[in-house]
Ligand binder design. Structure first.
Ligand SMILES: Cc1cc2nc3c(=O)[nH]c(=O)nc-3n(C[C@H](O)[C@H](O)[C@H](O)COP(=O)(O)OP(=O)(O)OC[C@H]3O[C@@H](n4cnc5c(N)ncnc54)[C@H](O)[C@@H]3O)c2cc1C
Length: 422
């Protein structure tokens, strides 16, 4: 094989990258390509994405290659580059969203051989099928059992060298304007990801099972934006010790295999339950602003806005409040999360929202989400609330989750919009 293009998407790494490794092993010239598509705006994730591209370019240059960057429609630009370089083969990492699969279908019709490779999940979506029939697992526990027992591929080798065809213009990676700076300075890229992983394995992994729901302690890995952009290989992460952490990666795989089978997961109820949602524009606006008057909900929503990330327990509480307490359609909440989260991504976002709403893969669709009970259990000292809702910084512990019970008026903080009895 003379020239192969490797089309990157959300697999922005050189470690364990089967599509890249195979191209480098077989082709004389390899063109690593990323296409910035204005029709698929990265929104708030753009600065993080640009960091990832710069880091990937650096890693490829260190191996004698480069990252070729183009702007436009990913398929049209790939076809154009194949013509320019005479590439007969295009490699990509297989993905599950409707958008990604449409791109794969169009690439398969291109004037080259198109091959997809694993790498977005630990176990490729669709590889495990339930014994009782069906094209995917609908319930997590049997999936977890099958997933834990499944044979895994070996991690792909990092290519020693990458050789571009001569005379190719690599193209610029835009700077991104300062007002686009990532929230709270979160920097993207495989180098950052591996450094954070190393720190977390040293300091956090051993205590993960006990600490992951302690909202104030904030001791989860915070690797999700890096996993979302593929700066880390899920397969490599799943080789870490610690069942509880690996189980979360299995949840991620689970939602991906659901999305492969049900690509409308971000639009349609997975299990329609005939729910009538309320039209509550003012309440939704207050929820988005972190001004519902329910401290644990407001703390989560303000963390999301400030950091582009929210603790998993806060995601469950804020989502539960919107759909179960306010009776608002999960799609409105999922769209807001998707817009603001650095890790925002169809399978995990919509899969989790539908799980909370009872329209997804929860075996207990009527599960309650009592925000106050959750707050007392997972933020018993109110440390999480105080961090994000400074109006409550000096309120005594016994009122921090229910400030409306305080005999002393608290200025500057609203009364709760709506709340079931705790
Ligand atoms: C309503 C709602 C929306 C969510 N939207 C997203 C989203 O858009 N993108 C996203 O990556 N996660 C989403 N999650 C899942 C989870 O909250 C985040 O993955 C997690 O909080 C990220 O923090 P962490 O990296 O510290 O996780 P850790 O606890 O350290 O877990 C390690 C990794 O496992 C994966 N993971 C953990 N929990 C889940 C889960 N419940 N479902 C799927 N994967 C999981 C993530 O890749 C995470 O980085 C959502 C959860 C809820 C309840």
């Amino acid at each position: 094989m003379d020239t192969a293009i490797v089309l990157f998407n959300r697999d922005l790494r050189i470690h364990d990258h089967p599509a890249l490794a195979e191209a480098c092993a077989r082709a004389r010239h390899v063109v690593p390509l990323f296409v910035l598509d204005p029709a698929v705006p990265a929104g708030r994730r753009l600065p993080f994405l640009l960091d990832c591209l710069r880091d990937l370019r650096g890693a490829l240059r260190a191996r004698g290659g480069d990252l070729v960057v183009r702007r436009g429609d990913a398929v049209a630009e790939t076809v154009r580059l194949a013509r320019e370089t005479g590439a007969a083969v295009v490699h990509a990492t297989a993905d599950v969203s409707a958008l990604a699969r449409d791109r794969e279908r169009r690439l398969a019709d291109g004037p080259f051989a198109f091959r997809t490779f694993p790498g977005v999940t630990v176990v490729p979506p669709g590889e495990l099928l339930p014994a009782g029939g069906g094209d995917h697992y609908r319930v997590f526990t049997p999936y977890w059992r099958a997933w834990s027992a499944a044979r895994r591929r070996a991690a792909a080798e990092v290519p020693g060298s990458v050789t571009l065809p001569p005379g190719l213009d690599p193209g610029d990676i835009p700077d991104g304007s300062p007002h686009d700076a990532p929230p709270d300075g979160a920097r993207g890229g495989e180098g950052q990801a591996r450094a954070r992983l190393e720190r977390w394995v040293r300091d956090g992994l051993a205590g993960y099972a006990g600490d992951r729901d302690d909202m104030a302690a904030d001791r989860t890995s915070r690797l999700s934006p890096y996993i979302r952009f593929g700066c880390l290989s899920p397969l490599e992460l799943a080789g870490l010790p610690g069942e509880e952490f690996v189980r979360q990666l299995c949840w991620r795989d689970f939602h991906h295999q659901v999305t492969l089978a049900f690509p409308e997961l971000n639009r349609r109820d997975y299990r329609p339950r005939g729910r009538r949602w309320r039209d509550e524009a003012d309440a939704v606006a207050a929820w988005k602003e972190g001004a519902t008057g329910v401290p644990i909900v407001d703390a989560g929503m303000r963390q999301l806005r400030a950091e582009g990330w929210m603790h998993n327990r806060a995601r469950l509480i804020t989502a539960g409040y919107l759909v179960k307490e306010l009776g608002v359609d999960w799609r409105a909440g999922a769209a807001h999360f998707f817009e603001l989260l650095l890790d925002g991504e169809v399978a995990d976002n919509s899969g989790n929202w539908q799980w909370v709403a009872g329209t997804g893969n929860d075996t207990r669709p009527n599960r309650g989400f009592n925000a106050i009970r959750q707050a007392n259990r997972f933020d018993p000292d109110g440390g999480y609330v105080r961090r994000y809702v400074p109006e409550l910084a000096d309120v005594p512990v016994r009122f921090v989750h229910e400030p409306w019970r305080s005999p002393v008026a608290i200025s500057g903080y609203p009364r709760p919009l709506r709340l079931r009895a705790a």
